[in-house]
Design a protein around this ligand. Structure first.
Ligand code: GTQ
Ligand code: FE2
Length: 368
């Protein structure tokens, strides 16, 4: 993260050297309009603000409201070819009713009943699943069945075939994150239906092919030394994430520098072939606030979605504050200041579009 230069407050907002309104000028503006032309001087305040002003708004969705509605959809709406997924997207109130959590990110709750399958398809959008409760669904990526359980993070890079199968006798819900809005606005989306037959899983394998090949810390198979743009590891298991976070807090208590700030442990999920982000457009992290922690205020270019994994706390985004609990999802729009406090401890999963801005050298951050 680079630091912010001090803001310079000389800005041509609505120009003050405007000509007198005359019939001629009015005719010119009408001519602009009918030719689909827009003069910069009427738009500059909006298009070139001193600092980012996202159309997206800070917003919180409560898990205790989402989950029963997803279950209701499970009772009323079948899942199958065409609709593809029983996924219900978070629609940011600043984004004109589009099913977009932020200008770049999709976030949805997905629900599968016992024995149900979501059909095979693939798309250029990069995706992941994160599980806050339950188990029993296998996501099958290019024929590799990957178990989904509480606390697991399951990335799935664009253009891989995938389906989901609930092999248990319980319904299961989880969240999906994708770069759907980014690929929608930039016109980069491709999609393909897969075969009608579901991926055949005879028995539910406890450990995926990808984990057997890649799931050993610091160990890389010599058959796979070339870097890949997305992670080949399809599951990041809760036991490792949990252990890494508690390890940081224990080290801090022993006087070693291990946390991002006092009481705040954090890890980033990474691509073992590069050490970089798991997906080209999406960054994913896990944050743990020890009891009694108050974070610094932070702002950065790009938007994030957080989901509370466990615990409770207070979150402030810009002018908005919420008391959050397990499963709650909230949005931090670009450049909105974020701070959090927790009296009893708070675990949060986070995803953001930071890699997009880093690739383009547009990343900026600031800590107050
Ligand atoms: O599970 O494949 O929420 O393709 C949106 C699009 C989930 C999925 C979503 C998808 C999926
Ligand atoms: Fe998909």
């Amino acid at each position: 993260m680079t630091s912010t230069p001090s803001p310079v407050h000389v800005q041509a907002t609505d120009a003050d050297d405007q000509p007198e309104p005359t019939a001629e000028l009015e005719a010119l503006y009408q001519a602009f309009e009918s030719e689909l032309l827009v003069p910069l001087w009427t738009e500059i305040g909006d298009l070139m603000p001193v600092e980012p002003k996202s159309a997206a708004l800070p917003h919180l969705w409560r898990w205790r409201n989402l989950l029963p509605m997803a279950a209701q959809a499970g009772a009323l709406v079948p899942v199958g070819r065409g609709g593809e997924r029983r996924a219900i997207a978070l629609a940011n109130p600043g984004l004109a009713g589009r099913p977009f959590a932020t200008p770049t990110l999709w976030a949805a709750i997905q629900y599968l009943n016992p024995g149900e399958d979501a059909p095979i398809h693939r798309h250029t959008q990069h995706a992941f699943r994160f599980v806050i409760e339950g188990e029993g669904v296998w996501t099958v990526v290019n024929g590799d069945p990957v178990a989904m359980r509480r606390g697991d993070f399951l990335p799935q890079a664009g253009w891989n075939w995938h389906s989901h199968r609930n092999l248990s006798d319980q319904p299961m819900a989880w969240i999906d994150g994708l770069d759907i809005p980014f690929q929608h606005y930039t016109g980069s989306t491709f999609f393909e239906f897969g075969p009608e037959e579901t991926d055949e899983i005879r028995e539910a394998p406890p450990r995926s092919y990808s984990e057997r090949l890649w799931g050993h810390p610091g160990l890389r198979p010599l058959t796979h030394l070339r870097p890949t743009p997305s992670t080949p590891l399809l599951a990041y298991r809760w036991e490792h994430t949990d252990c890494a976070l508690s390890g940081q807090l224990t080290l801090e208590a022993e006087g070693h520098p291990a946390t991002v700030e006092p009481g705040h442990a954090a890890v980033r999920y990474t691509n073992p072939t590069t050490g970089g982000d798991v997906l080209p457009t999406v960054r994913t992290e896990f944050h743990r606030l020890a009891p009694g922690t108050e974070t610094a205020t932070q702002q950065e270019v790009g938007s994030s979605v957080f989901q509370v994994f466990q615990g409770t706390g207070q979150v402030t985004v810009g002018d908005t504050s919420w008391t959050v609990e397990q499963g709650d999802l909230f949005v931090v729009p670009s450049w909105q200041p974020l701070s959090m406090t927790s009296e009893h401890g708070l675990d949060l999963f986070r995803f953001s579009d930071a890699p997009i801005f880093e690739h383009l050298h547009l990343d900026r951050g600031d800590q107050a």
